[in-house]
Design a protein around this ligand. Structure first.
Ligand SMILES: Cc1ncc(COP(=O)(O)O)c(C=O)c1O
Length: 352
């Protein structure tokens, strides 16, 4: 009954979304603060009659708002149902192992190998430096890669690759192969590569509304890059699902992207809490990688990430651990509210 294809799949396992009890949930990098208050009046006055018609398949007003916000042309913007979907479309459009393997960091977003397996794209994971940073020379050494993808800041490490290094990578990488920079966490103190879009036709930046804009449930993501790349993404979308972002999502996305002052204020709060938590854990003898994201990657000598995770879960606190060799002694902790962070620190102090 089932195809061979489906038997070969090894799907991505999303972080726990427990429904049994309420946890201090610091495991899936959600935002601890609500999305912009401007959404409420919109929803209250929304005319339900409008749901009768299909939404705009070109996401016109949302793409316009995104292009204005980032000072690029609307033809350089694509929108999808979460950045996971945008990534999925991009892998299909740009990576073909007939031209070499796709390369990405050894420790990075675990959906990348899943897409590769799904499409049959061969890939190679490039080890990080000892301090978990990316060395761009390792990506240029690859004799025949069909493209590059990496999150910046990286996940789960939280470490940023500075813009000058990104620029150097783009300058030296073959211009007929696409480089995707997944900027899911860039708003938390990263340096975006948007300024390079006009210069490099092979650069695609992917962003999400799920993290800094606190809209993970809405499922909205976008890509920015040369018009040729954007057109290719539209071709994939229209061969799969013409309406991945519904009318309400498009409207709310527009409201969110325009409310820069609200989002600036909650982002600053998260950055402050991150620094507070990092210092508190370091004071307790933990190793904390320098993060520019809304999470930290931390561990304590002699403790497995899994046992930290289990003991915190018993306390009603969820964090994320990875049983992958090389990062098995770390946990990834999403930055919560100050109160949540203080509870976490108190538990850690008591337990470990
Ligand atoms: C690096 C990275 N990229 C993309 C995503 C997907 O985000 P979404 O599909 O919610 O836009 C995530 C989610 O955790 C992520 O960590």
């Amino acid at each position: 009954m089932l195809t061979k294809r489906i038997k070969r799949l090894s799907p991505y396992v999303p972080g726990e979304q427990p429904q049994d009890r309420s946890y201090i949930k610091l495991n899936t990098n959600e935002n601890p603060y609500p999305p912009t208050p401007l959404i409420e009046p919109f929803l209250k006055s929304f005319e339900i009659e409008r749901l009768r018609r299909y939404p705009d398949p070109l996401f016109g007003t949302l793409r316009k708002a995104i292009s204005k916000r980032f000072n690029i042309d609307i033809s350089q913007v694509f929108v999808g149902n979460g950045s996971d979907e945008v990534l999925a479309f991009a892998f299909y459009a740009f990576f073909d192992s007939a031209r070499g393997k796709l390369i990405f960091p050894e420790f990075s977003y675990s959906f990348y190998p899943v897409y590769c397996d799904f499409y049959g794209i061969e890939y190679r994971k490039i080890p990080l430096n000892e301090n978990f940073t990316i060395d761009i020379d390792d990506y240029l050494d690859e004799e025949s890669s069909c493209g590059i993808v990496f999150p910046n800041p990286n996940a789960p490490t939280g470490i940023l690759l500075p813009l000058e290094k990104v620029t150097a990578l783009m300058e030296r990488y073959p211009e007929d192969r696409v480089v995707i920079i997944d900027e899911a966490y860039v708003d938390f103190g990263g340096e975006s590569a948007i300024s390079l879009i006009g210069r490099f036709k092979n650069l695609l930046i992917i962003r999400t509304f799920s993290k800094s804009m606190s809209l993970a449930a809405l499922r909205l993501g976008f890509a920015m890059g040369d018009e040729g790349l954007v057109n290719a993404l539209f071709a994939v979308k229209d061969s799969f699902n013409s309406y991945p972002a519904d009318l309400i999502a498009q409207k709310i996305g527009e409201i969110a992207i325009n409310d820069t002052s609200y989002y600036h204020s909650i982002t600053q709060k998260i950055i402050k809490s991150r620094e507070f938590l990092s210092k508190a854990l370091e004071d307790l003898g933990w190793r904390v990688l320098p993060s520019n994201a809304n999470f930290i990657f931390a561990g304590k000598k002699g403790l497995k990430g899994e046992s930290i995770y289990k003991r915190l879960k018993e306390e009603g606190i969820l964090v994320r651990h990875f049983n992958t060799e090389g990062i098995e002694n770390f946990v990834r902790i999403t930055i919560g509210t100050d109160e949540e962070i203080k509870t976490l620190i108190a538990s850690i102090q008591r337990l470990f």
